[in-house]
Ligand binder design. Structure first.
Ligand code: P1T
Length: 383
């Protein structure tokens, strides 16, 4: 970090934003407009049409770019739209390596949509860098990984994956939704771009669907801006404003998620009603050392194995504070069963082979008082 560069919390609150030049409003206005007046043909203030750019969106893009240590950001209407925009920078015949355990919607987009359009995908367990290396083809142009993964909390060595990608003129793109830039900075480890579902921790309040791509690569940002304009999956100004409000407290919220996540993971691990706990912050996690090396905290996402669909169902029905719902990363605690919900689209055999069983339960631990959360889980866990 340069001497004069503000620290994370200061960037979270201020980056990308100045008091509004016309009124002095401290908060970035919601520029709820589809178009902008031009003085003459081609004479304007830098904004022509809101699919192409909008000042509220520009502020959000600059803000999250500053948090990821990126030069540029491009906002999209959802996390999968952000991932699709990156993948569509590659062309029919190109080969893409994707982690075998990723969000079910990412898997569905690649297997059921983009494969039909001529992109060639390999789904690889990227915990071992050698497995990535082994999947490389002449045509490999993109490697997309999640770390930690949704919902198994697998960790990929980002620096090792970047080295493999760059030896082949491919991009390494990291979905940083779970860790957030507060705990993990993939670009500093060599990744070419970071993608986010801003629906999750970045926004933090479960009231927006959105996505972002952050990069310092000129070719990538040029392509992404072209995708915003040409494919049009852009977020509206109100949603950008909400995410911008969310990122102001990202550092504070992540500290609280992390504190609660660790406490609950330890508590669950010590309870014999739980067969296994998946949380990279536990010393028993097989990749704990790697996680500690490339992350500065672990956040509030964890999974637990209860052994059967019946036990998982009983647990999810019995919690009172943890609400049964898809999504994650909000201030409120949520509980879900990935096999039946977020990862229902992943082919069943692959799901089971990976360990996304019908008894696997995922928790998004919120920032409520942790004693209340533990009491809730204790009451609900089936004997
Ligand atoms: O839902 P959307 O904003 O389109 O983001 C997709 C996405 C991308 N990457 C990761 C790691 C994600 O977890 C998600 C969305 N995930 C859920 C909805 C979920 O409950 O897991």
């Amino acid at each position: 970090m340069a001497d004069n560069e503000p620290r994370f919390g200061t960037r979270a609150v201020h980056a990308g934003q100045q008091p509004d030049p016309t009124t002095g409003a401290i908060m970035t206005p919601i520029y709820q407009t589809s178009t902008y007046a031009q003085e003459g043909i081609g004479v304007h203030k830098g904004f022509e049409y809101a699919r192409v750019s909008n000042p509220t969106r520009t502020a959000l893009e600059a803000n999250v770019a500053a948090l990821e240590g990126a030069e540029y950001g491009a906002a999209f209407s959802s996390g999968v739209a952000a991932i699709e925009a990156v993948a569509k920078l590659r062309s029919a015949g190109d080969h893409i390596i994707c982690g075998s355990n990723v969000y079910g919607g990412t898997d569905r987009l690649f297997r059921q949509v983009l494969s039909r359009l001529g992109l060639d995908f390999s789904f690889v367990d990227t915990r071992e860098p050698q497995a990535i290396e082994a999947a490389i083809k002449e045509e490999t142009r993109l490697i997309l990984i999640e770390t930690p993964t949704n919902p198994l909390m697998h960790i990929t060595d980002i620096a090792a994956a970047a080295e493999i990608a760059h030896a082949r003129d491919a991009w390494l793109v990291v979905d940083n939704t779970f860790a957030t830039p507060y705990f993990q900075r993939p670009l500093a480890l060599g990744a070419d771009a970071v993608v986010h579902s801003s629906t999750k921790y970045l926004n933090g309040h479960s009231d927006v669907v959105g996505g972002l791509v952050l990069t310092s690569n000129d070719e990538l940002i040029e392509g992404l801006r072209f995708m915003q304009k040409s494919a049009g999956a852009v977020p509206g100004p109100m949603d950008c404003w909400l995410v911008l409000r969310g990122t102001k407290t990202l550092h504070v919220r992540m500290q609280a998620h992390d504190r609660n996540g660790r406490r609950i993971a330890e508590w669950l691990e010590a309870d014999d009603r739980v067969q296994q706990v998946f949380f990279a912050g536990l010393p028993s996690h097989p990749q704990h050392e790697l996680a500690k090396r490339q992350m500065s905290g672990f956040g509030g996402m964890l999974s637990l194995e209860l052994g059967s669909r019946e036990r998982a169902d009983a647990f999810c029905r019995a919690t009172r504070i943890f609400t049964l719902a898809e999504s994650l990363g909000g201030v409120e605690s949520l509980i879900s069963v990935p096999a039946a919900m977020t990862h229902g689209a992943v082919p069943k055999e692959l799901r089971e082979e990976m360990g996304i069983t019908e008894g696997l339960v995922r928790l998004s631990v919120g920032i409520e008082d942790v004693e209340d959360l533990i009491e809730d889980l204790d009451r609900a866990l089936p004997r």
